[in-house]
Write a protein that binds this ligand. Structure first.
Ligand code: HEC
Ligand code: HEC
Ligand code: HEC
Ligand code: HEC
Ligand code: HEC
Ligand code: HEC
Length: 362
């Protein structure tokens, strides 16, 4: 009976959904605003889905039940809300003509430092959904350069909606040249800009409590190694790379976490402990990874790059209380007050000068 009611409402919904998103009859209920539940840890979880947003998202062509494979009836059975991102869906990958899935990325993640112990502590390690949302596609109309491509496509392809859909699919993954002050700038190298990636990784790696728990699970007890893991973000943020990104978050000359911690030509998810031979920072690969920096440091010979990484300057792990650190601290303070003092002085002089001029006029 329940299945029948679900089927019936489903049939109504399919005929009623003008947008044509594949909703399998779920949106009859789920488009209702304010459809929420209280979770076990007493938080309110909004279960309403906006048709319009879903229809413009990257997963718009995937039916609800292709991801929510276990939900077949209402009332839903508890514990069925989890989604496995390695599930195959009906969408056919045009490059292989086979049903599409994220299986390959899933396997990389499962083996990586983030996936292998995930089941032991799902609140500490990142699953796909921690880093990815059902992102909206880029709006083709918002970029002049894309508008021009759009006109070009329509010379041959006639269906404007199809073109917009295909173009935004590609554009959402590609660097789009944007024109700023008359110059063409590359949009970004990954869809997220460099600082966004730093913030994503920092959301856990800066969290001492989380990382301390993780170190227990990983069985890392060596005092120095622990310290290095716990200060990974802090020790990155004092480097030149971080400062360049901080000043211009889209500056793709500066290395963000992914540039060093994933292998070139990999799929961004191959992050391993440095003793693992698959790791981009393993002694075996470090030269290759840092050799990548010859794209940025064309004059530096590769073997210098390797030495550079191993001298602990890539993450600046200062030796606390050493004379060197004390000098750095003093110089830092001095430079801060020198700059602030100079600026204050200049502002005061300009202010007084302005006052003088104003008084002369009257
Ligand atoms: C008859 C109305 C109705 C239909 C049809 C319906 N749902 Fe739901 N759904 C709800 C309600 C109400 C909730 C709130 C929690 C509950 O009662 O289980 C919910 C909750 C959910 C949740 C969250 C569960 C959790 O514990 O976090 C998911 C996921 C979900 N629905 C998916 C679907 C999918 C997929 C479909 C289509 C196959 C669907 N629903 C069809 C009413 C419906
Ligand atoms: C590409 C896969 C995918 C598709 C397609 C999809 N969902 Fe989900 N959905 C997810 C994932 C992943 C979650 C998060 C589950 C979790 O917390 O583990 C989720 C969560 C939900 C929730 C719980 C609320 C929340 O925000 O966590 C509801 C309700 C829901 N989906 C309904 C739907 C409905 C209705 C559709 C169809 C219009 C749909 N989903 C299509 C993957 C999908
Ligand atoms: C000169 C005419 C022409 C132009 C301009 C053109 N296309 Fe095509 N496109 C074709 C033809 C013909 C095919 C099918 C044959 C082929 O694959 O070469 C095709 C195939 C495609 C496919 C593959 C469809 C599939 O399912 O395999 C996509 C996607 C596509 N075009 C998108 C675009 C986009 C986006 C633009 C604008 C940036 C564009 N095309 C510009 C002629 C054109
Ligand atoms: C630690 C965070 C993290 C986790 C966990 C993660 N990803 Fe990613 N993923 C990224 C980043 C960062 C990128 C680079 C994409 C960008 O921003 O351009 C990416 C890229 C991707 C892309 C390419 C997206 C595009 O539009 O170009 C896919 C597909 C993907 N991930 C799938 C997955 C799947 C499936 C899982 C789970 C098995 C997963 N990811 C787990 C961070 C993560
Ligand atoms: C949801 C939290 C979370 C996010 C987000 C996250 N990590 Fe992790 N990461 C962990 C945990 C937990 C460990 C295991 C602790 C360990 O091995 O030190 C870990 C381990 C690592 C390690 C191995 C450290 C070692 O001991 O050798 C590296 C490298 C790493 N992460 C890099 C990244 C990068 C780069 C990103 C951003 C793309 C990222 N992480 C995002 C939680 C996270
Ligand atoms: C310029 C390259 C580079 C960048 C950028 C970078 N790392 Fe690293 N990271 C390394 C290298 C090389 C090591 C190994 C150091 C060693 O072997 O002494 C390392 C080590 C680590 C470790 C393990 C701690 C240890 O030393 O054993 C973690 C965790 C980590 N990095 C996280 C991050 C996070 C998070 C970011 C971004 C905020 C980041 N890294 C940015 C190159 C980089």
């Amino acid at each position: 009976m329940k299945a029948f009611i679900l089927g019936l409402t489903g049939a109504i919904a399919i005929t009623a959904t003008a947008l044509g998103a594949q909703d399998d009859g779920c949106l009859v209920c789920h488009r209702l605003k304010g459809l929420s539940i209280v979770t076990k840890d007493n938080k309110i979880k909004d279960c309403s889905i906006s048709d319009a947003l879903f229809a413009h998202s990257v997963h718009r062509n995937v039916g609800c039940t292709e991801c929510h494979t276990k939900i077949e009836q209402y009332p839903h059975k508890p514990g069925n809300e989890k989604v496995n991102c390695a599930t195959k869906c009906h969408v056919i990958d045009p490059s292989t003509k086979k049903p599409f899935s994220h299986e390959k990325v899933y396997e990389t993640w499962k083996e990586s430092v983030h996936g292998k112990n995930y089941d032991k502590a799902p609140d500490i390690y990142p699953y796909c959904t921690y880093c990815h949302t059902n992102k909206l596609l880029i709006d083709v109309n918002k970029f002049d350069s894309l508008k021009m491509s759009f006109n070009r496509c329509s010379i041959c392809h006639e269906n404007k909606n199809w073109i917009r859909d295909r173009l935004s699919h590609v554009a959402s993954r590609e660097p789009i040249p944007i024109i700023r002050n008359g110059f063409t700038h590359q949009f970004i190298k990954t869809r997220r800009d460099g600082w966004e990636i730093v913030e994503l990784c920092a959301s856990c790696h800066e969290n001492k409590k989380k990382m301390e728990k993780a170190l227990e699970i990983e069985g890392i007890h060596n005092k120095y190694e622990r310290e290095r893991v716990l200060t990974a973000v802090e020790s990155y943020k004092v480097t030149m790379h971080a400062k360049m990104l901080y000043l211009d978050r889209k500056d793709n000359r500066a290395a963000d976490c992914l540039d060093c911690h994933t292998n070139k030509g990999g799929n961004f998810h191959d992050i391993f402990h440095k003793n693992d031979p698959r790791s981009s920072i393993n002694a075996k690969n470090i030269e290759l990874t840092c050799g990548r920096s010859t794209e940025c440091h064309p004059l530096a010979p590769k073997y210098h790059m390797k030495n550079f990484a191993q001298t602990k300057w890539v993450h600046m792990h200062p030796i606390p209380d050493s004379l060197g650190q004390k000098i750095v601290k003093i110089v830092e303070e001095f430079m801060f007050w020198l700059t602030t003092g100079t600026l204050l002085f200049a502002v005061t002089i300009v202010g007084l000068d302005l006052l003088k001029n104003l008084r002369r006029k009257h």
